[in-house]
Design a protein around this ligand. Structure first.
Ligand SMILES: Nc1ncnc2c1ncn2[C@@H]1O[C@H](COP(=O)(O)OP(=O)(O)OP(=O)(O)O)[C@@H](O)[C@H]1O
Length: 266
């Protein structure tokens, strides 16, 4: 079971080519961060994963199913896409209704739907907001509402677009815990982010994009310690990595404990 992107290119209706020859596979349970300069084509690429865009060339297979053969509604049962801005996604009158809406045509029993909705609310920390109007709660919590929708739906693949934007440390920790739980259940999380600390702390695999293409698909350590890739994709090295480089370490340090260990050995 996997998400397979096979030599995919994509052009918008106006003819602008936003992705060229993307080729990668994401296995079930994997966590992958897609990073890169503004306009590199990251959002276009993830919209190909959930069927919002269909490849102009090549194929995207979701657990073996070609996205070209299915509707967005069908693919979104497998691949959940949480928009960068929750206000583009939320449209129900209460938080609870927003979570229940996706089950409108579901054959699941009411008990099962309730169980899933309650669990999703608990895992995302939104229980106390369930009866409120979404626009009466803070932006950072609204983002968790949109995540909870797909946690409840139990999609095997979850795409988070800039999940740390607008979150404080508690929100970021909650995201990290949630991703651990989802991964423990064999679900994949794919994120687009400009937050390199979040990437280093939570994603072992990183896909770096620049100018419509993938320029590297490697461990976070190898990506952040390759200055050519960092420069071409216009990302920054996480702070600890930068500090380690400044003091002359070439041990590919990314974490505080690694830096401390290195310093005590000097
Ligand atoms: N509907 C559209 N029609 C034509 N071109 C588009 C459309 N949507 C996006 N583009 C262009 O495609 C390119 C890639 O955009 P995309 O949003 O995928 O980049 P991104 O890497 O996600 O950028 P950012 O980090 O700024 O969100 C950009 O040059 C953008 O202007």
């Amino acid at each position: 079971m996997s998400l397979e992107v096979k030599d995919v290119s994509f052009a918008y209706p106006n003819g602008y080519v936003a992705n060229e020859n993307l080729h990668f596979t994401i296995e079930k349970g994997e966590r992958v961060a897609i990073v890169g300069q503004n306009g590199a084509g990251k959002t276009t690429a993830v919209k190909l994963l959930n069927g919002l865009h269909k490849p102009t060339k090549g194929d995207v297979l979701v657990d073996g199913i070609n996205t070209k053969d299915k509707t967005v509604a069908q693919i979104s049962q497998y691949v959940g896409y949480v928009f960068q801005n929750p206000d583009d996604q939320i449209f129900n009158n209460t938080v609870k209704a927003e979570l229940e809406y996706s089950f409108k045509h579901s054959k699941l029993t009411d008990e099962e739907i309730n169980r899933r909705v309650e669990r999703a609310a608990e895992l995302t920390g939104i229980q106390q907001y369930m009866d409120m109007k979404p626009f009466d709660i803070p932006y950072s919590i609204r983002k968790f509402v949109t995540i909870a929708v797909f946690v409840a739906l139990d999609t095997p693949y979850l795409i988070l677009d800039e999940p740390t934007a607008g979150q404080d440390i508690n929100g970021i920790n909650r995201l990290a815990e949630l991703m651990d739980i989802l991964q423990g259940e064999g679900r994949s999380v794919i994120t687009i982010t400009h937050d390199m600390e979040f990437v280093a702390d939570n994603f072992s695999r990183v896909i770096a994009m620049a100018n419509k293409r993938i320029i590297a698909d490697d461990s976070a350590r190898n990506i952040f310690w390759n200055n050519d890739i960092v420069a071409e994709s216009n990302i920054s090295k996480p702070q600890i990595g930068e500090l380690a480089e400044d003091i002359g370490s070439d041990n590919k340090i990314l974490f505080r404990h690694e830096l401390l260990e290195y310093l005590t050995r000097l």
